[in-house]
Design a protein around this ligand. Structure first.
Ligand SMILES: *Cc1c(COP(=O)(O)O)cnc(C)c1O
Length: 268
């Protein structure tokens, strides 16, 4: 490597480490002491060297949106990394995802078809079940994918999200239903600034979690779903703009890209 390039790389790594350290300390100070939150570093469109720099600094959890990009990075980077798939999931890509040995979770499941395909494709000798979060469209925006949230008045047992959770628990032994994920409306994350501002997306996801957990406990008891099979469903909510508010609202997993790696080139 020429010294000019290695110097550039060194400057880039120093910059990333500074943002990673800052985000980590903000996550730590906003999350509860009993259950420290997981910071997923969202590395889409960023080079493998950026991921490696964070990994060298002890960061294990990374999120990717595109199957091909995830596959390439997983091959090139350390096997200890825990990859989280957070992009739109198509069932015809299940096989490729299932073959990535250190894929830790899929946070964007919305169909029984994709669940079945994943369960079928995962190798029998995998060291642990693949963690699954169901994506909920809490803002109801057409541009966002996700199943409808549950509200107290809806018939939880018949709702699509409940049916999907039931399918994972009862029919997909190589998957573990771990919780719920939302993206939420951008305008809500930008406008909520005050201490007492409630973010409607976060409240909606929490409410959905509570109703769903009750329905599942009545049907299955605990031990086969939730974090480590405890029946505690995790919430993945909060991104660069709003992760502190999300943590204060009870988020377990925050997904931060721009805050760590800087702005992304637009692919769309
Ligand atoms: C890109 C992305 C993120 C990270 O967004 P930032 O605003 O850059 O932190 C988080 N979650 C999902 C689902 C994403 O697609």
């Amino acid at each position: 490597m020429s010294s000019a390039i290695s110097e550039q790389l060194g400057a880039r790594n120093a910059e990333i480490l500074e943002s990673l350290t800052e985000i980590r300390s903000r996550v730590a100070s906003s999350s509860g002491t009993s259950n420290p939150a997981t910071l997923v570093a969202v590395s889409k469109f960023k080079p493998a060297s950026d991921v490696q720099a964070c990994f060298n600094h002890g960061q294990l959890d990374f999120g990717e949106n595109y199957v091909q990009e995830l596959e390439d990075k997983a091959k090139a980077l350390p096997a200890e990394i825990r990859w989280h798939f957070i992009g739109t999931l198509q069932s015809n890509k299940a096989k490729v995802l299932a073959a990535i040995p250190n894929l830790y979770s899929i946070q964007t499941l919305t169909s029984t078809k994709a669940a079945t395909a994943l369960n079928k494709s995962l190798p029998a000798d995998r060291s642990a079940p693949l963690n699954i979060l169901i994506q909920i469209n809490t803002s109801g925006e057409e541009s966002k994918s996700g199943l409808a949230p549950l509200s107290a008045s809806s018939l939880a047992a018949q709702a699509e999200a409940t049916k999907l959770a039931r399918h994972i628990i009862a029919e997909c032994p190589r998957l573990r239903f771990q919780g719920l994920m939302t993206i939420g409306a951008l305008e809500r994350s930008l406008s909520a600034g005050g201490e007492n501002d409630e973010n409607a997306d976060f409240e909606c996801l929490k409410g959905t979690r509570d109703i769903l957990a009750e329905a599942l406990a009545a049907e299955f008891g605990i031990g086969r779903w939730g974090e480590e099979g405890t029946g505690r469903l995790l919430l993945s909510m909060g991104m660069s703009n709003d992760f502190e508010a999300a943590l204060k609202a009870g988020s377990d997993i925050v997904r931060v890209g721009t805050g760590i790696f800087g702005a992304r080139a637009k692919k769309e």
